[in-house]
Design a protein. Structure first.
Length: 205
């Protein structure tokens, strides 16, 4: 359904002469990702109203999506799988809120480990995106810069002693990005550097 909608939108734009035919696959992928994100975010926001944690959820989504766009990571094969897993994860995160908030030191330790993972790896080059070497290097730099900013915000929030629940949701967004990076490597959802170099050499040739 989502893929069909993305293809319909793309075909309509092509027929209007707004984009070239050879860019069709890229636009279909982009529109598919946008529609899927809108559905996921919309559902999560509805759940946040029911769970009465809308403000913290907005912080979580903001921190997570900005960082996730640059770090990449594991993706489910089908949208329905992604939809179910994403919303189950959100509900789990919400249910664990009170327990984890009581153990602030544990949360900071896991966040620090997750930040280290992201700083070391930077970006996972997913096959659906397949960055070239220059794009991958740029994405890694941006991922680390975004992470640094988010950590500064976290430390500032901690310094002014804001309610721990806000710290929890922002920290979990970083932890989740790190977990998705590691899962992508475990399940080999990654274009290896040697493959990247080979592709670049073939393009130059």
């Amino acid at each position: 359904m989502v893929d069909k909608s993305a293809r319909y939108i793309t075909d309509s734009i092509i027929s209007e002469g707004l984009i070239a035919e050879n860019l069709k696959d890229w636009y279909v992928y982009s529109f598919t990702r946008t529609i899927e994100m809108a559905i996921n975010v919309g559902t999560i926001m509805l759940l946040s109203v029911l769970l009465k944690n809308t403000v913290t959820t907005i912080l979580f989504l903001l921190f997570f999506n900005i960082l996730r766009q640059r770090t990449g990571g594991f993706h489910c094969n089908e949208f329905w799988q992604c939809y179910i897993v994403t919303n189950m994860l959100y509900v789990l995160i919400s249910l664990l809120e009170e327990i984890i908030v009581m153990h602030g030191v544990f949360l900071w330790i896991v966040t620090a480990i997750s930040a280290a993972v992201i700083f070391v790896i930077g970006t996972v080059n997913h096959p659906n995106i397949s960055y070239d070497m220059v794009e991958l290097r740029r994405s890694k730099t941006l991922a680390r810069s975004i992470l640094a900013i988010e950590l500064l915000v976290l430390f500032f929030m901690g310094a002014i002693r804001i309610e721990r629940v806000y710290i929890y949701y922002m920290s979990v967004s970083i932890i989740l990005c790190a977990v998705l990076i590691l899962l992508a490597k475990v399940f080999r959802q990654e274009v290896k550097e040697d493959e990247n170099k080979k592709n670049c050499e073939e393009c130059i040739a």
